[in-house]
Design a protein around this ligand. Structure first.
Ligand SMILES: Nc1ncnc2c1ncn2[C@@H]1O[C@H](COP(=O)(O)OP(=O)(O)OP(=O)(O)O)[C@@H](O)[C@H]1O
Ligand SMILES: [Mg+2]
Length: 404
């Protein structure tokens, strides 16, 4: 072994990137230790979490592949900056997303997964499909290291679920993100997860994270949990209440040995989740406002619309439904949608299936939508409909049976 290579083998690689400052000192994020211990960025809305995620990605993308999971569609310009390919999750199937993650890892492609336009359940399922691809990749690709930046982590692995159906989706989301955190180190995946409230993110995910950036917190319960994470006593815990945006307590092997209050440095790309500057209402006169709203046409639209079902409740609504000439088509539409639930279909497809004209199906969908029995778009080509979440939930309700 030459003298040079002997030195190279004992000097640790300097995989440290600057992300902020404290009293004039640079605070670095150690990417090797991040791989071993992951990172949680926590703070109330406006704390600067997305900004910090942006800063970390900008600094780290020269060192490893970056995959951004973006529930709010805030990181399009960051993706452009680092040359990441944007995948709109709503346009791919779950299988497609898993394959994209596998190929991204195999070929070391920076990816930006945009989860906008998905309902909360689909968002969890699509993100889980992508994340499981990252972990399922063959051992030969584990060396292709990935920084996995996840904003609003509680949307993908929520602590609580609202209904029986959500509970199953939540279980998938929590299990997948926990698995990525737990098995990620050996498989070359370093998750950085931002969340507003510790109480909202599944505890099994939080307990896998060993590095912390904790910003402003306003709820007592969050303050107590944040203090626990950083080992603060009660008096120090109150310091979480008054932090400015971009100020975080940094702690953990990849950041600081003892908690340090740091300010995250400015990013290169423009932060798209900025709080907008206040702007007063426009000084339209009463007539101009009436004209812009087109109030008269709105009134006549209400008089002719089928929204009449919305204001008729209980027996009145049932009577109105039974007397509607399209009640039979509406009932057949529900039966058809029930068969494919929770998937959606188009009004054209429904018309074909029911052997009815599209206009009749459109009328039926209008009634059902007014009764909150289906989720659908306004009339038009490619109109999509599916059974309303309330009814979908009933289909999967667990039956209660007598023991004897
Ligand atoms: N390090 C920083 N330096 C300067 N300004 C910052 C910094 N961090 C955040 N800000 C400003 O604070 C505001 C909120 O930041 P950001 O959108 O990142 O908050 P957030 O914690 O992600 O909030 P939410 O949970 O609502 O998404 C933005 O206007 C941003 O420009
Ligand atoms: Mg944010």
């Amino acid at each position: 072994m030459s003298a040079l290579s002997a030195v190279a083998s004992v000097v640790p690689p300097a995989n440290r990137v600057p992300i902020g400052h404290t009293s004039g000192l640079v605070i670095n994020l150690d990417l090797d230790k991040l791989m071993a211990g992951r990172l949680l960025i926590q703070g109330s809305s406006g704390a600067g979490k997305s900004f910090t995620l942006r800063k970390i990605v900008e600094e780290a993308f020269d060192y490893l592949t970056v995959m951004i999971v973006d529930p709010e569609g805030e990181f399009g310009n960051l993706a452009e900056h680092i040359g990441a390919t944007t995948i709109r999750a709503a346009e791919l199937t779950n299988e497609g997303l898993t394959a994209a993650a596998v190929r991204g890892r195999q070929h070391r492609i920076n990816l930006h997964v945009d989860l906008t336009d998905l309902d909360p359940e689909d968002r969890i399922l699509r993100a889980s499909a992508f994340l499981s691809g990252l972990i399922a990749v063959d051992r030969e690709y584990w060396a292709n290291t990935v920084l996995l930046a996840i904003d609003e982590g509680h949307l993908l692995a929520p602590h609580l679920a609202g209904s029986a159906r959500d509970a199953e989706t939540r279980r998938i989301g929590v299990a997948t993100l926990t698995d990525v955190c737990a098995r990620g180190r050996k498989r070359g995946v370093a998750p950085v997860i931002a969340t507003q409230r510790l109480a909202k993110l599944a505890t099994s995910v939080v307990s896998e994270l060993q590095n912390f950036l904790v910003g402003i917190n306003v709820f007592d319960r969050d303050i107590a949990r944040a203090a626990d994470l950083l080992g603060f006593d009660r008096t120090n815990a109150d310091r979480f209440r008054n932090l400015a945006p971009g100020m975080f307590f940094a702690f953990g092997p990849a950041l600081c040995d003892v908690p340090e209050l740091i300010k995250i440095d400015p990013s290169i790309t423009r932060h798209l989740g900025c709080t907008p500057d206040l702007i007063e209402s426009a000084a339209h006169g009463a007539d101009r406002a009436r004209e812009l709203l087109d109030l008269d046409s709105l009134r006549s639209c209400a008089a002719t619309s089928r929204d009449v079902h919305l204001v008729t409740k209980g027996r009145g609504a049932i009577d109105a439904f039974l007397l509607d000439p399209n009640a039979a088509t509406a009932a057949r539409t529900v039966a058809a949608l029930r068969k494919i639930s929770p998937s959606a279909t188009t009004s054209g497809d429904l018309a074909l299936h029911l052997g009815a004209p599209v206009s009749e199906v459109d009328d039926a969908l209008d009634i059902l939508s007014a009764m909150a029995a289906v989720e659908t778009m306004p009339r038009g080509p490619g109109r999509i409909a599916r059974l309303h979440a309330r009814l979908r939930q009933r289909l999967t309700d667990i039956k209660v049976v007598a023991l004897s």
